[in-house]
Design a protein around this ligand. Structure first.
Ligand SMILES: [Zn+2]
Length: 303
């Protein structure tokens, strides 16, 4: 289920001080919640990470480039893995989807406790080279937005403000999800930066903004004022997984002949579940025999 509202907008401020990205990813996070049976706090944590990863991928990559975000703060959620690319695709999962904690005193989801801070945010960028470019920073708050902001400042040396938000209906379904990323351009005016920081404190929340108007361009207009913004690009975004039975057949071929034979003899088949999207693939006994035979042929060819 992907909502047509899901899109990412890129903009520049007319004074050339800031580059801005904003995204409405409500459908993305709804799909993640559904695919993985996520409880509320787990939805908020993975949802914020999906949104932040989309913003990061679309601010620093281009074309078919993509990135993988790994995050683990040793909290009850365990690890999270998210893949995002510059074409607006994102997918991800969390180790313990059933984490559901009481809200904080400020009536916010307690993502910080669920994630923990005893660990790292790691980003692997796949830009077509033989090896992905990897960089990591320690987690600073576990709230996700702050952690990505710290990553951008530390690893990419781009002073940025990143805000992410996932809000819920009274029955714990995702009502709205989105965020923004503001990057300071080289030579930006110091006064403008100070004013922006002040302004960000006084604005309505991202969730409130997107609920009033689902167009993420409106979120950017609210921050800077429509007359100070030049919208450059609209890009649809979606929760998308490129898994297939063929790909998993390839993985099964990699587990080795002995283990394959055991699956055939003892289980008479195999069910494989994609971690990223929850899709199930059934391999019959005949499918597994086929994989085993193909493997034998490949081995002969190698010799
Ligand atoms: Zn999948």
């Amino acid at each position: 289920m992907t909502k047509t509202n899901d899109q990412l907008v890129k903009a520049l401020t007319t004074d050339n001080n800031f580059r801005v990205l904003a995204v409405n990813a409500t459908g993305v996070v709804q799909t993640a919640q559904q695919n993985h049976d996520l409880h509320r706090t787990a939805t908020a944590a993975l949802g914020r990470t999906l949104v932040a990863s989309l913003l990061l991928a679309n601010s620093t990559l281009k074309g078919k480039e993509g990135l993988t975000v790994r995050l683990n703060g040793q909290g009850p959620l365990g690890g999270m893995i998210v893949d995002a690319d510059a074409a607006g695709h994102v997918k991800g999962y969390v180790q313990h989807p059933d984490v559901d904690l009481p809200q904080t005193d400020k009536q916010e989801e307690d993502v910080a406790t669920a994630v923990g801070t005893d660990g790292f945010l790691e980003v692997l960028k796949n830009q077509g080279g033989a090896q992905p470019y990897a960089s990591s920073v320690p987690l600073v708050s576990g709230k996700i937005g702050d952690d990505f902001t710290y990553y951008l400042a530390k690893s990419e040396q781009i002073p940025s403000a990143l805000g992410v938000s996932v809000a819920f209906t009274t029955d714990d379904h995702v009502a709205v999800a989105g965020g923004y990323l503001i990057q300071t351009l080289p030579g930006a005016d110091e006064t403008a930066i100070t004013e922006l920081e002040k302004r960000l404190q006084t604005l309505p929340s991202i969730a409130t903004s997107l609920q009033e108007n689902p167009d993420p361009a409106q979120l950017i207009n609210t921050i800077f004022g429509a007359e100070h913004v030049k919208i450059l690009d609209h890009l649809p975004v979606s929760f998308y997984c490129d898994c297939s039975k063929e790909k998993f057949a390839h993985s099964l071929a990699g587990i080795g002949r002995k283990d394959l034979q055991q699956l055939i003899d003892e289980d008479h088949g195999a069910e494989v579940v994609c971690n990223f999207c929850g899709q199930k693939y059934d391999f019959s006994e005949a499918d597994l025999v086929q994989i085993l035979n193909d493997q034998a042929k490949d081995d002969e060819n190698d010799e």
